[in-house]
Structure formats: structure tokens, C-alpha cells
Design a protein around this ligand. Structure first.
Ligand code: PMP
Length: 405
């Protein structure tokens, strides 16, 4: 049974007061709060299991290495990877995408080839590809969206063609909450032999993913958006493709043998993990994943859907509220504007009521341009949010609307 009150007790920050009011944290799309088990895991690692991994012969190094590699196995199982060799630790989604954009086009693209993204991408799934396009003389093409915020699936075969070598698409929009039918995009990409990277930043805490079933070639996500610490993230990639890609960064750990004349590289996944990895963050991430597994992603999805439906019903029916996008299939993200008010001012007023939302362009300026708006107010939900909190939020908005007049 999903028991939100029990879950809330796992998150120490939720008892904090802001400006004397209970914290209502609706900025989960930006980052999630951390459960006690994750915080305690980090504490335990630093107090009893700390030594730089992979290199030492001493106890602390060996135990830290063992724990770090066990964490990789847990993550591999969680995302349905066929091998933990396909799980590369990075700092987060942004670094994962940059890793691919910096190495893959160099081995599979010729001048004039095309990379396809969508109109709803986060800057971190646009700019790395733009940099690759500039470097190699490639063209960036964009899948447009409907007014409701869904991909224009009807245009896929026009946009993804024989010239397309890479398609980079988000699974869930961080602004609209759209859950994309990425399988449809992947099918079209595979028809023309293109590789596909899926940005899973907004999906990983809400949707069950399975790399074997998905059919993509790369999947990127950040730990901090899935109740794990900041500074750890994952790139999953297909082994045979990762093997043909050159290293991303050079340094310790990614090498097999170094001489001044020539260096050979380590096997996967270490070839892409130069330097000391965040071997404590990986333990925190594995702990967070075990925590989610204990609760169950289906239960989590149901709970968040209920909150989202209630928020849409309660807030979008208010006079003076304009929802941005209303996708066919939506994750727990609600973007809107208040008439006659700048999103920033609404966000600042909500903050004084203890309600944390995000305002602005959400690192998706092309999407803001698509809707002709400077930004939105965004509420994004997580496992520990409640209907009562949505009510506090809604009442706050009613007050703000009445003040603005
Ligand atoms: N993609 C999407 C869809 C996101 O929402 C975010 C974070 N807002 C990112 C990528 C980047 O994630 P990070 O900053 O953790 O690298």
C-alpha cells in the first residue's frame, strides 16, 4: 500500500519551515529531496568505507571498489541493461549527452549529415549537438510540436531521413510534462539506420524503463532527479557502439597502457570514466534506486498521476490561469501563466507562502519561443507530495490572482 505519510517521514527536509510556513516543495523537476536511507548511506560510506577505488591494494580501497561496482550492477538491473559494462558513471544528464555528442558524430557522421532533436528539448539536449554540428559541418533538424505539446509524429518520416545519423529526444518534457512515444521515434530512426539518444532526466523517477525493450542506443539521466545525491549520473550505451567511440576525456583509469608515443585504452565502462569517479555518489544512487524499488514505480506513478489530475482540475479551472500545453500523456509537471503577471513575480509570492515552484524558461528557450512566452510557472510533483499541498498551492494562487486583480 502506498502510504504518503510514511514516505514523508523518510525525507527530513520536509519538516523544515520556510518563512514560518510548512515547506511545499513542487520543484522536483529541478531536483528532488533525499530520503534518510540515502543520506545515511553517504555518511556510512565516508565513515567506514572510504578509499580511492580501483587502484589500491588496501582494505578501504578494495571495499570502496566493491561497493561502487555493486552499485553499477544495481543501476544496470534497474534500467534493464544487458550488462553493467554499458553503465557509465558521469556527473549527470548534461555530461552524459556531451560525452556522446563529443565522440559519436566523429565516427559515424560525414559533412552534410543530419542530427535530429525536438522542439521541446532541454538546452542540454540541443547545445551539445549544435557544437558537434559546427565542428563537423552537420545540420541540426527539429521535430516540431503541436499546440497541445505533443510531438508531430506525422512529420517523423519527413524529418528523419537517410541523411539522419543521430536522433536525440527527451522521454519526458521538463516543461510540459509530455510523455513522448519515444518508441515511435526510435522505429523511424532505425528504419534509416540512425542512432538514438534518449534524455531520461525527467523520466527516471516516474516511469519504468527497460533498455532491452526500449530499442534506443543511449539513455542519459541524473541521480539528483531520482532522490540521489548531486554530482552523479549515468550514461547507458549499447556496448558495440560504445566500443567504437573514442574516449571523451583523458586521464587516469581510462587507460590500458600509457607511453609518450601511444596510449591504449581501458575496457568498458572505464574507457569513459577518466579520473576519480564519484564513488560515494554511486552508492547514494544505488540506495535511492533500492528505495524506489521498495515502493514500486507503478505505485509512484499512480500517486503522482492523482496529484497531477487534481492540480489540473483545481488550478486550470481558475479564471486568470493559462495552462501551457496539455499533452495526451502527461507526467507530473504543470506549466502555466497567470494573466497580467510575470511568472517570476508569481513564483516569488508563492515562495513567501512556503510553496517552491520554478519560474522562467526552464532551459528550454526554443520551446518558450514556440509558445511566444518568456517563461512559465512550473509545479512538478514527487512521491512525497500530497493533495493537501496542492490545495495550499491552489489557495495561494487564488490569493495572488485576487491581489493582481
Ligand atoms: N534534460 C532534461 C529534460 C532536464 O529536465 C534536465 C534538468 N533540468 C537536464 C536534461 C539536465 O540535467 P542535469 O542538469 O542534471 O545535467
Amino acid at each position: 500500500m502506498f502510504d504518503v505519510e510514511k514516505i514523508r517521514r523518510d525525507f527530513p527536509i520536509l519538516t523544515e519551515k520556510v518563512y514560518g510556513k510548512p515547506l511545499v516543495y513542487f520543484d522536483n523537476g529541478a531536483t528532488t529531496q533525499k530520503p534518510k536511507c540515502v543520506l545515511e548511506r553517504i555518511m556510512r560510506a565516508y565513515t567506514t568505507e572510504n578509499g580511492n577505488i580501483h587502484r589500491g591494494v588496501h582494505y578501504m580501497s578494495e571495499i570502496a571498489t566493491e561497493r561502487h561496482e555493486a552499485a553499477r550492477e544495481i543501476i544496470a538491473r534497474f534500467i534493464g541493461a544487458s550488462s553493467s559494462q554499458e553503465v557509465i558513471f558521469t556527473r549527470g544528464t548534461t555530461e552524459s549527452i556531451n560525452l556522446v555528442a563529443r565522440t559519436l558524430p566523429d565516427v559515424i557522421c560525414q559533412r552534410g549529415d543530419e542530427i535530429v532533436v525536438s522542439e521541446m528539448e532541454h538546452h542540454s539536449n540541443i547545445v551539445p549537438w549544435q557544437l558537434a554540428a559546427e565542428r563537423l559541418g552537420l545540420k541540426l533538424k527539429v521535430i516540431p510540436i503541436t499546440d497541445g505539446g505533443d510531438l508531430r509524429y506525422d512529420l517523423l518520416d519527413e524529418i528523419i531521413t537517410e541523411k539522419t545519423k543521430i536522433v536525440a529526444i527527451t522521454m519526458v518534457s521538463n516543461v510540459l510534462g509530455t510523455v513522448n512515444d519515444v518508441r515511435q521515434v526510435i522505429r523511424q530512426a532505425k528504419k534509416v539506420g540512425a542512432k538514438v539518444l534518449v534524455d531520461g532526466a525527467q523520466a527516471i523517477a516516474h516511469i519504468h524503463v527497460d533498455m532491452r525493450a526500449l530499442g534506443a542506443d543511449f539513455f542519459a539521466f541524473s541521480g539528483h532527479k531520482v532522490y540521489a545525491p548531486n554530482g552523479i549520473g549515468v550514461l547507458w550505451g549499447r556496448k558495440e557502439i560504445l566500443e567504437m567511440m573514442p574516449p571523451f576525456m583523458g586521464g587516469g583509469e581510462m587507460i590500458d597502457r600509457v607511453t609518450f608515443e601511444k596510449t591504449t585504452y581501458n575496457k568498458l565502462p572505464f574507457k569513459f570514466e577518466a579520473g576519480t569517479p564519484d564513488y560515494i555518489g554511486s552508492l547514494g544512487l544505488a540506495e535511492a534506486i533500492n528505495y524506489l524499488d521498495r515502493i514500486g514505480l507503478d505505485e509512484i506513478k499512480n500517486h503522482e498521476n492523482e496529484l497531477m489530475n487534481y492540480a489540473v482540475e483545481r488550478i486550470c479551472s481558475m479564471k486568470g490561469i493559462r495552462r501551457i500545453g496539455s499533452p495526451e500523456k502527461c507526467s507530473g509537471v504543470l506549466s502555466f501563466l497567470v494573466d497580467k503577471a510575470h511568472p517570476y513575480d508569481v513564483g516569488a509570492m508563492l515562495d513567501k507562502l512556503g510553496v517552491a515552484v520554478r519560474t522562467g524558461h526552464h532551459c528550454a528557450e526554443p520551446l518558450m519561443d514556440r509558445f511566444g512566452i518568456p517563461g512559465t510557472i512550473r509545479a512538478s510533483f514527487a512521491i512525497y507530495n500530497t493533495k493537501e499541498e496542492v490545495e495550499v498551492f491552489a489557495k495561494g494562487l487564488e490569493r495572488i490572482i485576487s491581489i493582481i486583480g
